[in-house]
Design a protein around this ligand. Sequence first.
Ligand SMILES: Cc1cc2nc3c(=O)[nH]c(=O)nc-3n(C[C@H](O)[C@H](O)[C@H](O)COP(=O)(O)OP(=O)(O)OC[C@H]3O[C@@H](n4cnc5c(N)ncnc54)[C@H](O)[C@@H]3O)c2cc1C
Length: 316
Amino acid sequence: MSGVLVVAEHRQGEVRPITYELITAALKLKEDGAGPVAVLVVGGDDSVAGAVGPSGVDAVVTIDSPTAEFEPHLTERAVAAAIEARQPAVVLTGHTVDGFGFAPAVAAANDFGFASNIVAVEANDELTAKRGVYGDRLLAELSFERTPAVLMVRPGASQPADPGGEAPVESLDADLGQSPSEHLAYRSLREGDDEVDITQSEFLLSIGRGIGDEENVERFQELAEKLGATLTASRPLVDAGWLPPARQVGQSGRTVKPKVYLALGISGAIQHLAGIRDAETVIAVNTDPAAPIFDVADYGASLDVHDLAEALEARL
Ligand SMILES: Cc1cc2nc3c(=O)[nH]c(=O)nc-3n(C[C@H](O)[C@H](O)[C@H](O)COP(=O)(O)OP(=O)(O)OC[C@H]3O[C@@H](n4cnc5c(N)ncnc54)[C@H](O)[C@@H]3O)c2cc1C
């Protein structure tokens, strides 16, 4: 067994950004000597297959699907068929909602190696992968006895590769059978939120419980828009339904890598900090000078977030 198989994600004809991050991770494994890189596209039109074969990728493998949209059981069968055909040593999928739908099932059903929530992967002497443990305070290094190893990689763990279509496209015949479910429609939790991908924003204005009440969310949403930032939040605000899950930063939300992360009224719990490790500059505003967020902040002010909002509103 040798080589790397990347499972591409696409939705409504668009390649999902995680695909390009997985391609970067796969090309690094290839540099380490892991063998050729193939990108699997299940369903999707030619434009998807034509965009996931940048320089360095050796093949794009397509498998026709009876459904236009992602369906976890069909993808599970397709990934198993592609593994059977290509015998890769490593399979990379997103640690994403789609990935959860098929990757653990493929590994369990076929007795493959498996690990989720991977933040780094190497293939020097042997394949090793890293994942956060104890709320991301430590990184555990994993090795695998069984091959292939199916690794679910956390969004934001690698820089995305550029889209490209240099790699040859090969179609693989696989009988996926009928779809056991029917895709009805896409629904967003909040109008317009389909478009938000907070992992791609360079400036995040993030709010926590320190903003007080739900009615204050609008104030900080407007402030974010005026500053050219994307609004994100800590988990309690998402749990309370004030903001949709796509806006949550942290261990059970998204890992972000903005140039600037402005944390307003966020205490800095380790589960929150796990999501902002790759932020270039963290600016924290909190009334409590002992709040742990100040331990990781590059700049900080012990200040009421509403006083800050008022001062900024007066200037903008
Ligand atoms: C398994 C697990 C996974 C989790 N995943 C996540 C995750 O992904 N993301 C996440 O965020 N959390 C996560 N959490 C929850 C996490 O432990 C914290 O509870 C959460 O991050 C706290 O959110 P917060 O900072 O908004 O609220 P708090 O901890 O309540 O902090 C509010 C802060 O606001 C300050 N403040 C109050 N009033 C003002 C004011 N007027 N002006 C300025 N500052 C003010 C306070 O001093 C305080 O520091 C997880 C927990 C568990 C157990």
